[in-house]
Design a protein around this ligand. Structure first.
Ligand SMILES: C[S@@+](CC[C@H](N)C(=O)[O-])C[C@H]1O[C@@H](n2cnc3c(N)ncnc32)[C@H](O)[C@@H]1O
Length: 225
């Protein structure tokens, strides 16, 4: 009990008050640190383990990675599918393109906002999203777009920080640290249940602070069609 935090301490973040400013602040940082970010992801074994935990769940043929950063994860699977990617930050996009081209890996990458995905409805078999959802300015809008562009029966795979189910102090503090760095820690059960998804989750590392969420699209509307 000594190493657990009380249930009362599990308080989710409020949605950012100024979504444009929130995105612009992160975007400035990603432009400044894209090269360092790229090296850090390639070197940090735990980061690699966490984000690659979703690979066995990818189903094709058509896959979208939303917010691929500098493309480390893309390089692990993109060749096996018809792969598309979007990211908001132009510097991250540039580094990702170079990374893929150096390895001869093909994927269609473009700059876009998660809240306005440049794809038609019911288009993808799988959507991938790692360490980015808690940096989006509006969780409902991001999930609505994921839901819209997924085919019925398609899956959204999200890896991100959140509170550990057993409320252990270490996982709790890691999540709090991410929140203090600007992340919006959301009740993901609530967000998934706002859409017609069958939903499961598991903890994949970081003392229970890193979660893999899997949502399977059941229909286009909550009424079940
Ligand atoms: C922490 S990085 C994660 C990168 C990579 N997925 C990983 O796991 O290392 C977050 C990424 O989200 C992107 N991003 C932030 N806001 C976005 C938005 N509104 N639409 C699309 N991408 C966004 C950033 O540009 C950045 O590349």
């Amino acid at each position: 009990m000594l190493f657990k935090v009380s249930e009362k301490k599990i308080v989710y973040s409020a949605e950012p008050e100024n979504p444009k400013e929130y995105t612009a602040d992160f975007d400035r940082e990603y432009s400044r640190f894209a090269a360092i970010y790229d090296k850090a992801v390639k070197l940090l074994p735990c980061w690699k383990t966490w984000i690659t935990s979703l690979i066995p769940h990818i189903e094709g043929p058509r896959v979208l990675e939303s917010s691929f950063g500098t493309g480390f994860l893309l390089m692990q699977y993109a060749d096996k599918f018809e792969t598309y990617g979007i990211d908001y930050n132009s510097t991250m996009l540039e580094v990702a393109r170079k990374n893929l081209s150096r390895k001869g890996i093909r994927a269609t990458l473009q700059q876009a906002d998660v809240e306005a995905l440049p794809f038609e409805d019911n288009y993808f078999d799988t959507i991938i999203n790692t360490m980015a959802f808690s940096g989006y300015p509006n969780g409902q809008k991001a999930m609505a777009e994921f839901h819209r562009v997924l085919k019925v029966g398609g899956k959204v795979l999200i890896v991100d920080f959140n509170y550990p189910a057993n409320r252990n102090i270490f996982g709790y503090l890691i999540t709090k640290f991410m929140e203090s760095a600007g992340d919006t820690i959301r009740d993901m059960d609530l967000i998934f249940h706002g859409f017609p998804f069958e939903f499961s989750k598991e903890e994949v590392g970081g003392m229970g602070s890193v979660h893999l969420y899997i949502g399977t699209k059941l229909g286009n509307s909550l009424d079940g069609d």
